[in-house]
Design a protein. Structure first.
Length: 390
């Protein structure tokens, strides 16, 4: 038998569907601590104990970088994030001066976490000091084909037409568990129907509008459909093992087909046309739910989600923060660009460490009580306050 690193409880059990994996035993998730954090110019590089998986890249908003003198630091915008040669590379909005003190924080519960090749996530970082280095990795020239892809994974190089590979059946020779077909201008994915062993599928950045070929891929656990043309989610109801689903940047208004996907832990519905959240009310394992850029006003369906730790509601129609007064599990909450006038009720949330409220008609956010756990408060004009006073 062999020991499998498990990123969360139950991963190893689900991976034992295949007969050749019967001998797999599930051990505790292996740690992957930060080794070095160095900045050179506008590139900040994070290296960990083990190389990172290039297929899971957090968003710039999952990091907070601060720089300045020892007495006062200001937040520096993170413009992009890439995983290059097993390290995370953050491109910052400006270059660092060698005299500046710098720190980096990696916020909890991201949608696409930094993780190693065994899906063990990197723990959150809080105000970790950054050293000045002479050289840095850059993201230039990096593609989606990571240098450490295991034999059971397959990525399509950008210069190879994915439509040709699908039509020719080039992936059917062996068992494929991870398949990256992102950013290949795909419309028809009907040839994927024969890939029953795929567990991680990235179709982001294409033009896919018909998901019916995916109904035969019942083993999928991680599905990335960001930036496509999807409106009908009905085929996804046939994927009971889904744990991570990214549907951001599509044309979705009806999310009722998701109601039975009770294994979902992370769900991104940003930049769609969603108004009704009732189909999500029974997804009690949800830890991350991103709804930015929709038409949501009623948050009552979220009251029964006991594990929800990261909620994105930026650019919606939320007018009453009291609808979140019982969201005790929240650690990150984005309420930017809503018609909120009073957020004082959020001061009672015991676990909240990050709160974003820019773009709301709040007279004086500084006067409202803050959760004692709050470390970061994002205000208008990109202002960021650090750890709240205890």
């Amino acid at each position: 038998s062999r020991l499998a690193d498990c990123s969360f409880r139950g991963w190893g059990i689900n991976n034992c569907r295949h007969s050749e994996d019967v001998g797999v035993s599930c051990g505790p998730a292996a740690s992957n601590s930060l080794n070095t954090a160095t900045v050179s110019g506008s590139a900040l590089t994070l290296r960990f104990d083990r190389p990172l998986d290039g297929g899971s890249v957090p968003k710039p908003g999952d990091f907070v970088v601060a720089a300045g003198s020892s007495a006062a630091k200001a937040a520096i915008s993170v413009e992009s994030v890439a995983v290059v040669d097993g390290a995370a590379v953050l491109t910052l909005s400006r270059k660092f001066d060698s005299s500046e003190k710098a720190s980096v924080s990696y916020l909890p519960v991201p949608m696409h976490p930094l993780q190693d090749g065994s899906f063990n996530p990197v723990p959150e970082l809080t105000d970790r000091l950054v050293e000045h280095g002479r050289t840095a990795i850059t993201a230039a020239g990096s593609g989606t084909l990571d240098s450490m892809i295991p034999p059971t994974q397959a990525a399509v190089p950008e210069d190879v037409p994915a439509t040709f590979l699908l039509a020719s059946g080039s992936w059917s020779a062996g068992k494929i568990e991870l398949l990256d077909l992102s950013s290949h201008d795909l419309v028809d994915v009907s040839a994927l129907a024969g890939l029953e062993d795929v567990e991680v599928l990235d179709l982001g950045g294409n033009r896919v509008d018909d998901l019916s070929p995916l109904t035969a891929m019942a083993g999928i656990e991680v599905l990335d459909l960001r930036d496509n043309a999807v409106a009908d989610l009905s085929p996804l109801a046939s994927l009971p093992h889904l744990r991570v689903l990214d549907l951001s940047g599509n044309q979705v208004s009806d999310i009722s087909p998701l109601a039975g996907l009770t294994s979902l832990r992370r769900l991104d519905l940003s930049d769609n046309r969603v108004t009704d959240l009732r189909p999500l009310s029974e997804l009690r394992r949800l830890e991350v739910l991103l709804l930015d850029g929709n038409r949501v006003a009623d948050l009552v369906p979220l009251w029964g989600l006991p594990r929800l730790a990261h909620l994105g509601l930026g650019d919606n129609r939320v007018a009453d923060a009291a609808l979140l007064r019982d969201a005790w599990s929240l650690r990150r909450l984005d309420l930017a660009d809503n018609p909120l006038r009073d957020v004082s009720v959020l001061g009672d949330l015991p676990k909240l460490v990050w709160l974003g409220i820019p773009g709301n008609p709040i007279a004086d956010p500084a006067q409202h009580s803050r959760p004692t756990s709050l470390r970061w408060l994002i205000l208008d004009a990109g202002a960021t306050t650090g750890r709240s006073d205890r």
